[in-house]
Design a protein around this ligand. Structure first.
Ligand code: DON
Length: 324
C-alpha cells in the first residue's frame, strides 16, 4: 500500500535522524534554552486532509520566525502588493536574520519581510483600533490556518520582550530613517507576541497545507488567505525564508519554506502537501539541523523540488494515488 510506504519512509527517516547530536539550542531568548534537544517531530498533511505524523508532533513550541510568513500575508491583504512593496522589499540579504538593517537612506525600506527588520516593519503595519484589536486580528488569522484556537506563551513573550534589545535597536533605526512610524513599543509587543504563538508540528503542517491548497485550510475548508496572494507569499519564502542559507536551500531542497529559532521548519509543496519538522538544535544559520536533513531526504524521495514539480517529476501524487 503506497500510503503505508510514505509512513514507513517517514518512520525510517525519524529513526535514522533521532540519534543525531549536532546543533545548539537557541539561548538568546532565555525561555528557548529550556527546550529538550531530543524533541523531534515530522508531519505531512495532504490537500485532501490526510496526515502522516511521526515523533513528537503534539509537542507545543513557540512559532517564532515562522510567524513572519503569515503576518506578511495579512499585510498583503490589508495593503495590497504594490503599497506593501513600497514599505518592505523582497530582496534576499544573505545576512543573518538578526542583522542590523543596512542603513540606506534612499531605499526607505527594509530588505525583506523574513529578516527581523522587515518583519518588525510588516507587523507595525497591521491595522486595528488599538493593541488588543490588532492582537485579536492576528490570533484570528492564525486560527484560520491552524483550525483551532491559538494561545500565546506568556513566558516566552516576556522573555523576548525583556531581552529583545537588538530588535528594539532595529526598530529605532528604522524610525530614524522613516521606514516605520510610532508607536514602536506597540509594534514590538505585537512582534514578540506573534513569535510566541504556541503551535505543534502537526499545526504547522496544516498551515503549510493551507498555502499549498491556494489558501484553503484542507481540514476545515476555511479560506485563510485570499488565493491571489499565495504566489507572492511563496515567492518570498523561496528566496528569503531560510536566511543566509536560502540559496543553498533553493538549490538542494527547492521547497518554499520558513524556519524559526525554536526549531521548526514549515514548507509548502504547491498543489501537493504541507510539511513541517520540529527539532530544537540549530545550525549556525539558525535552521534546525534534523529539519534540514529531513527536507533534503523528502525532496529527493518524492521530487518535491519546485523544478522537479514543474518538470513533471514529482512522485508524491502517484505515491498517494496508488491505493486511494
Ligand atoms: O526576533 C527574534 O529574535 C525571534 N522572536 C524570532 C527569530 C527567529 O525565529 C529567527 N529564526 N530563525
Amino acid at each position: 500500500m503506497a500510503t503505508a510506504d510514505i509512513q514507513a519512509f517517514l518512520d525510517d527517516l525519524y529513526a535514522q535522524l533521532q540519534p543525531l547530536r549536532q546543533g545548539q539550542l537557541a539561548c538568546y531568548i532565555p525561555e528557548l534554552a529550556k527546550a529538550n534537544p531530543d524533541w523531534f517531530g515530522i508531519s505531512v498533511v495532504t490537500l485532501d486532509g490526510r496526515s502522516f505524523d511521526v515523533g513528537d508532533v503534539q509537542q507545543t513550541f513557540t512559532i517564532q520566525s515562522i510567524s513572519k510568513v503569515f503576518v506578511y500575508a495579512m499585510a498583503l491583504e490589508d495593503y495590497g502588493r504594490e503599497k506593501l512593496l513600497k514599505k518592505v522589499g523582497v530582496e534576499p540579504t544573505g545576512d543573518p536574520f538578526n542583522c542590523l538593517i543596512r542603513l540606506d537612506e534612499d531605499s526607505k525600506r527594509p530588505d525583506n519581510p523574513m529578516v527581523n527588520a522587515g518583519a518588525i516593519a510588516t507587523t507595525s503595519l497591521i491595522t486595528g483600533q488599538d493593541p488588543a484589536d490588532r492582537l485579536n486580528r492576528l490570533l484570528a488569522m492564525f486560527e484560520r490556518y491552524i483550525g483551532h484556537e491559538v494561545f500565546i506563551d506568556m513566558s516566552t513573550f516576556l522573555s523576548e520582550k525583556a531581552t529583545g534589545h537588538r530588535n528594539r535597536a532595529m526598530a529605532h533605526l528604522m524610525l530614524n530613517f522613516g521606514m516605520i512610524d510610532e508607536p514602536l513599543d506597540d509594534a514590538l509587543d505585537l512582534y514578540f507576541q506573534q513569535c510566541s504563538v504556541l503551535v505543534n508540528t502537526h499545526d504547522l503542517a496544516v498551515m503549510a497545507a493551507t498555502l499549498a491548497n491556494r489558501g484553503i485550510n484542507p481540514i476545515t475548508g476555511t479560506q485563510a488567505v485570499d488565493a491571489a496572494h499565495v504566489r507572492d507569499i511563496l515567492g518570498v519564502m523561496y528566496t528569503c525564508g531560510m536566511y543566509n542559507f536560502a540559496g543553498e536551500w533553493a538549490f538542494r531542497v527547492g521547497i518554499p519554506a520558513k524556519s524559526g529559532v525554536s526549531g521548526g521548519i514549515l514548507a509548502v509543496v504547491p498543489n501537493q502537501a504541507g510539511i513541517a519538522v520540529f527539532s530544537p538544535p540549530l545550525d549556525s544559520h539558525g535552521n534546525s539541523v534534523r529539519g534540514l536533513k529531513v527536507f533534503e531526504a523528502l525532496s529527493q524521495e518524492y521530487g518535491f523540488h519546485l523544478f522537479d514539480l514543474s518538470l513533471g517529476r514529482c512522485r508524491f501524487t502517484a505515491a498517494l494515488g496508488e491505493d486511494s
